[in-house]
Design a protein around this ligand. Structure first.
Ligand code: LLP
Length: 467
C-alpha cells in the first residue's frame, strides 16, 4: 500500500482503515454485522438520528470500569505495603452531576478546582467532605463557600492563602483540613503547557520553602494539616517522573513528620492515555505497583511509616470513555508541495468542541462510523468548520479513500478536556453529551440551542427584536 510522505512518522498505513484498536476505543465500541460503529449497543446512525452532530457519546460502563479499575489497582498495591489510598476523580477533565454520581458510587472522591465545579458536585448530592479543592488563585468567596459547605481538604497553593483559609475556618467555627501543594521541580516529559512542576510556572510552593510554610500552617488552630501534594503534569507515560516526585516528596514528608504526624501524601494525577494506536498507556496495575514499591522502599530508607496515599486521576478515567461523532460536510484533495495529496475532510464541529489539537498539537485518531469500506486507505486531515487554518480535529489519519459527504466520523478518546474546554467560537453551540449503556442512550448534558447563544446578549429584547 502507498504510504503518503505527508504522514507523520508515527502513523503507519493500515491494511484496512475500519478496525477499532482496543487501546484507543472505549470498552464497548464494536462494529455491528452491517459494519456500523455501535457503542454499548447503540449504533452511530441511531445516535446521529436522535441527537444530531456533533455529539459526545460517553460509554457509561467504560467510565465506571476505569474508575473501579484504578481504585482497585491502587487499593491492592498499597494494601500490600500496609497503606491505603484515597482516589479523587479530577473533575476538571469532565464533570456533570451524572458523572459525579458514577464516580462516588464507585468509591472515589472528587477533586474540584473552582466554585463552579464544586457546585456541580454538590448538586449531584456528593457529600462535601468527599471533595478536595484545588486552585492557584481561589477567590475569597470560593474559599468561604467551600469552608461553609464543609469541604474536604483545601489544597493551599501560596503563602497568602494560609491566612485566608484559616480566617474563613474560624469564621465558620470549623477546623479545615488542608494540604500544601509542592512544586517538586520534576521535569515531566509532556507538552510544556501540561507540565506543572517545572520551576518557572505558577503552581505550588518550592520544595526549599515547604518546611517554613508548613510551620506557618501549623500555627493556625483552625487548620488541620493533612499532608503535602504534588502534581507533576498531565498525559505522562513513563513512571520515572512520578517516581522522582514521590522520592522528593517523601524526603520532605519525613522531615515534616519529625515535628508532628503527617497522615497523607498526595501524588496527583496525570496518567497518560492512548489517543492513537502509536500511544501506549501504562497498565494501571503496573503503575500502581511501581509507585507502591517506590513509596515502600523510600519509607524504609527514611525510617518512616508509610503514609496514606491520595491520587487525582482525571484523563485516565474519563478520556477513553467518550467518542465524538461528526458529520462530513465537504472534502478537498489538496496537493501539497506539488508531490502528494492530503485529503481535507471537513466536519461540523472543530476547535469549539475539542480545542486540544489547536492548543497542544494533540493527535487523535478517527474512523468512518456509519459503514465499513474496503477502499484503499488514504491520508486524511479532519478539519473543523471554524474560521482559522489551525482548526483541526485530527491532524493525520488514514481513512478509507471513498469517504464522502454525509459519512459519520467518529473520534475516540475525547472524554477528557474536550467538553470541559469547549467554547462558542464562531457562535457554535456546544454539543450534547449522551450516555450509552446496554443498548440505550440518554442525554446527560443537553446541547446548547441558538436561544442559549443569544440569551446573554444585552442588546436583544425578550421578544427577540434588537433595541
Ligand atoms: N490534579 C491536579 C492538581 C491537576 O492540576 C490535574 C490536571 C489533575 C490532577 C488531573 O490530571 P489528569 O489525570 O487528568 O491528567 N487541559 C489539558 C490538561 C490540563 C490538566 C490540568 N490539571 C489537556 O487537555 O491535556
Amino acid at each position: 500500500m502507498f504510504a503518503n510522505p505527508l504522514a507523520p512518522e508515527w502513523l503507519t498505513a493500515p491494511a484496512e482503515a475500519n478496525s477499532l484498536p482496543s487501546t484507543v476505543w472505549s470498552h464497548n465500541a464494536a462494529r455491528t454485522e452491517t459494519g456500523e460503529l455501535a457503542i454499548a449497543g447503540v449504533t452511530a446512525t441511531q445516535l446521529v438520528r436522535d441527537f444530531g452532530t456533533p455529539v459526545y457519546v460517553i460509554d457509561e460502563a467504560d467510565a465506571i470500569a476505569r474508575a473501579t479499575e484504578i481504585k482497585g489497582a491502587f487499593d491492592s498495591a498499597f494494601a500490600r505495603i500496609g497503606s491505603s489510598v484515597k482516589v479523587y476523580y479530577a473533575g476538571k477533565a469532565f464533570l456533570c452531576t451524572e458523572v459525579a454520581r458514577w464516580m462516588t458510587a464507585a468509591g472515589l472522591n472528587i477533586d474540584v478546582a473552582s466554585a463552579g465545579e464544586m457546585a456541580v458536585a454538590l448538586a449531584a448530592g456528593v457529600d462535601a467532605s468527599r471533595l478536595g479543592f484545588h486552585g492557584n488563585n481561589k477567590s475569597l468567596s470560593e474559599i468561604d463557600r467551600a469552608v461553609r459547605a464543609g469541604i474536604g481538604p483545601i489544597v493551599i497553593d501560596s503563602v497568602v492563602e494560609i491566612g485566608r483559609v484559616a480566617e474563613a475556618a474560624s469564621r465558620h467555627g470549623r477546623t479545615q483540613p488542608v494540604r500544601l501543594r509542592i512544586n517538586s521541580g520534576v521535569h515531566a516529559s509532556t507538552h510544556e503547557y501540561l507540565a506543572t512542576a517545572r520551576e518557572d510556572q505558577k503552581f505550588g510552593i518550592p520544595l526549599s520553602d515547604a518546611e517554613a510554610v508548613v510551620a506557618q500552617i501549623r500555627t493556625h488552630s483552625s487548620l488541620d494539616f493533612v499532608g503535602i501534594h504534588s502534581h507533576i503534569g498531565s498525559q505522562i507515560f513513563d513512571t520515572a517522573g512520578f517516581a522522582e516526585a514521590a522520592q522528593r516528596l517523601l524526603e520532605l514528608h519525613a522531615r515534616l513528620s519529625a515535628a508532628a504526624p503527617v497522615p497523607e501524601l498526595n501524588l496527583g494525577g496525570g496518567f497518560g492515555i492512548a489517543y492513537t494506536s502509536a500511544d501506549e498507556a501504562l497498565p494501571v496495575a503496573e503503575l500502581a505497583e511501581s509507585l507502591a514499591s517506590i513509596v515502600e522502599s523510600e519509607c524504609s530508607r527514611l525510617g518512616i511509616e508509610v503514609p496514606r496515599i491520595a491520587i487525582e486521576p482525571g484523563r485516565s478515567i474519563i478520556g477513553p470513555s467518550t467518542t465524538t461523532l461528526y458529520t462530513v460536510g465537504t472534502i478537498k484533495d489538496v496537493l501539497v508541495d506539488g508531490e502528494a495529496v492530503r485529503k481535507y475532510v471537513s466536519v461540523d464541529g472543530g476547535m469549539s468542541d475539542n480545542i486540544r489539537p489547536a492548543l497542544y498539537g494533540a493527535d487523535y485518531s478517527a474512523r468512518i462510523a456509519n459503514r465499513v469500506s474496503d477502499a484503499d486507505p488514504t491520508l486524511a486531515r479532519i478539519a473543523g468548520k471554524h474560521c482559522e487554518a489551525g482548526d483541526i480535529v485530527v491532524r493525520a489519519e488514514y481513512l478509507p479513500g471513498d469517504v464522502e459527504p454525509g459519512d459519520i466520523i467518529a473520534v475516540p478518546a475525547t472524554g477528557a478536556y474536550g467538553w470541559a474546554m469547549s467554547n462558542n467560537y464562531n457562535y457554535l453551540a456546544r454539543p450534547p453529551v449522551v450516555a450509552v449503556l446496554e443498548g440505550k442512550a440518554r442525554i446527560i448534558v443537553r446541547g446548547e440551542t441558538e436561544e442559549d447563544l443569544l440569551s446573554r446578549d444585552a442588546g436583544i429584547t425578550p421578544s427577540g427584536d434588537s433595541e
